[in-house]
Design a protein around this ligand. Structure first.
Ligand code: UDP
Length: 340
């Protein structure tokens, strides 16, 4: 059997493909390469360049391959961008997901693993957050993902599709074997931005708000290492294949770090004291989001392997250096071939 991985040329989807291949599974990637990279898709996974909302294309894939599960990662994921252009988010994360679901139901695909987000909780009253607290997203990104959760729940009830909804907290780090990492040059995620700053690829780092009701005034997040995260997806798939009931799980370690604490760790691990400037709050940010990770442990038996912020930062630094060396080598090759 084969797993269709939408967004498999992206950061988390690419790590999922690696995990599937490492586990001896077959993977087909559907990615429009809008933010993903061809080079992120490791062989023998096959890359199909296209739109996951294109029903004719998806149906062709289902006809031509024996797919038993979909792992759906393709999405727009930047909170402030979702505030500025909500309809783009509803199109990508909701409308197109509906099309994909319809194709899945029509072709009797058995299992659906969905990348959801802690943003569906909004500004929770209590942290760590359990899966049963009220869902009240405070930005279009969270709402666009929550609507897809609802569609999945309804489709599960009506058509028997079994699903696992995994609500990610903050994903960071890179493949411990150095095969993959976060490659988007303009990525806005804190650890990525901080390591780029430490390595001198950005002039400084802006802290978006130091007046939140937290221990040091900056936002608190739960940073989960990407290989640990995709391991939970494989376990969820295994659980569904063995007849488990549809499932909603938080993915995080249950520990929160403030923006200042993350910056300190990046400074310590890199040995560089870079520029930090405090600016105004960013639209759509919750003060604190920390996962209550009991369910993922009890239902799936998941145990983290890389729950260590300095180690996560070190992986991110290694990957950033590797990316930089690769792009220098490519520029050198281009320049020299032009001269010749
Ligand atoms: N953040 C920041 N400066 C940056 C990037 C992020 O201060 O350059 C803050 C952001 O406001 C949030 C936290 O870091 O409080 C985590 O943001 P990120 O974009 O990494 O993930 P999010 O929680 O939005 O999914």
């Amino acid at each position: 059997m084969t797993v269709l991985v939408t967004g498999g040329a992206g950061y988390i989807g690419g790590h999922m493909v690696l995990a599937l291949l490492d586990a001896g599974e077959k993977a087909i990637v559907l990615d429009d390469l809008s933010t993903g990279f061809r080079s992120a898709v490791w062989p023998p996974a096959k890359l199909i360049v296209g739109d996951f909302g294109d029903m004719a294309l998806v149906e062709t894939i289902f006809r031509e391959h024996k797919i038993d599960a979909i792992a759906h990662f393709a999405a727009k994921i930047v909170v402030p961008e979702s505030v500025a252009d909500p309809l783009r988010y509803y199109l990508n994360n909701t409308t197109k997901a509906r099309n994909l679901l319809e194709c899945a139901v029509r072709h009797k695909i058995k299992h659906f693993i969905f990348s959801s987000t802690a943003a569906v909780y909004g500004e929770p009253e209590v942290n760590p957050v359990g899966e049963t607290v009220p869902l009240a997203p405070i930005n279009p990104y969270g709402r666009s993902k929550l609507m897809t959760e609802w569609m999945l729940r309804d489709a599960g009830q009506a058509y028997g599709l079994k699903y696992a909804i995994l609500r990610y907290f903050n994903v960071a780090g890179a493949d411990p074997k150095g095969r993959l990492g976060q490659s988007t040059p303009q990525a806005t995620h804190l650890i990525k931005v901080a390591v780029q700053t430490a390595l001198g690829f950005r002039p400084g780092l802006e802290v978006f708000g130091a007046d939140y009701p937290t221990r040091d005034g900056t936002c608190i997040r739960d940073y989960i290492q990407v290989t640990d995260l995709v391991a939970a997806h494989l376990m969820a798939l295994d659980y569904l294949r063995k007849g488990g009931e549809s499932l909603i799980c938080n993915c995080g370690y249950g520990k929160g770090f403030s923006v200042f604490e993350v910056i300190d760790v990046v400074k310590q691990v890199s040995g560089v004291d870079f520029n930090v400037r405090i600016s105004g709050r960013r639209a759509g940010d919750a003060a604190t989001l920390v996962s209550g990770p009991e369910r993922i442990k009890s239902v799936l038996g998941w145990t983290p392997r890389y729950d260590d912020l300095p180690a996560i930062v070190s992986q991110a630094l290694d990957w950033e250096r590797r990316l930089h060396n690769k792009s220098n080598a490519e520029n050198w090759r281009l320049t020299n071939s032009a001269v010749r």
